[in-house]
Design a protein around this ligand. Structure first.
Ligand SMILES: [Zn+2]
Length: 261
């Protein structure tokens, strides 16, 4: 890894994420005490999101050298994660690293803004333990409807998710009908918003609501914003063409687009 961020920028990158590794599955503290009581040890690195050199990982030739060396192009990681992301740039893409950076800065901001001590307790990012994925599928419409979609939320993580909040925007005007036993619905207009009254355990798929449309447009677009507990909102988009809807297909979450905005 070429190391050409100015020292001042490295310090800033580290501080902006509370000196924790920005990989949400790691979140390891990168500084600590040395045996010498006057010194500290650091295992953090200012890694490049887009490589500093043309042969490096995630090279984006359209950036100038100044852009590649700018703080915007840096992400604070522990040494392990720094090595990991540079050795596998197929998995650790520019988009993924940008989303890590944004999430880590968001965590750090919440840490300084709130009194929530567990954010700092071990450096662990609790939000990694659950993984909420929206699943949308088209269904046979009811009489008087041109299209009908059913929305589920699946927890693919390892921990129970609670205090879940969902916002859904659609490109069309809909008539939602929701699962009253589990979800509390906010105002009955777009964006529809929902909150859980219960929790979703790992491996569980909960039905949120279904929405019927009298309109028959060329395409339907659904935008989700989902958050739970201390996690940051995740945004998803699902698109169906008119034909896809008429085939009543199931749209798996892994075919949805995760948006990093
Ligand atoms: Zn790490």
């Amino acid at each position: 890894m070429r190391d050409d961020f100015p020292e001042k920028d490295k310090q800033t990158l580290a501080k902006r994420v509370g000196m924790l590794c920005s990989n949400p599955n790691c979140s390891k503290p990168t500084v600590g005490p040395r045996d010498d009581p006057t010194k500290a040890v650091s295992i953090g690195v200012a890694a490049h999101i887009t490589a500093a050199s043309p042969q490096g990982p995630r090279c984006n030739a359209s950036l100038s050298e100044a852009e590649r060396c700018s703080i915007e192009n840096g992400i604070w990681l522990c040494q392990n994660c720094g090595k990991l992301v540079d050795n596998d740039d197929g998995r650790y893409t520019i988009e993924l690293l940008r989303s890590w950076k944004k999430q880590a800065e968001g965590m750090a901001l919440r840490g300084v803004e709130t009194n929530s001590s567990f954010l700092h307790s071990s450096g662990a990012n609790l939000s990694k333990e659950y993984k909420l994925l929206p699943i949308v599928h088209a269904e046979q419409p009811n009489p008087g409807q041109a299209h009908l979609f059913c929305f589920h939320l699946q927890n693919q993580g390892t921990a129970t998710a609670d205090l879940i909040q969902i916002k859904v925007k659609t490109s069309e005007v809909g008539l939602p009908y929701f699962s009253r036993e589990f979800w509390r619905m906010g105002p009955n207009h777009v964006p529809y918003s929902f909150e859980t009254e219960g929790s979703i355990n790992p491996g569980i798929d909960k039905r949120i609501f279904q929405v019927g449309f009298q309109q028959d447009p060329d395409a339907f677009v659904f935008e989700f914003e989902i958050s739970a507990r201390d996690g940051f909102p995740q945004q998803w988009t699902a698109k169906f063409s008119r034909d896809e809807s008429r085939k009543f297909m199931r749209k798996a979450a892994d075919r949805m687009e995760e948006r990093h905005t």
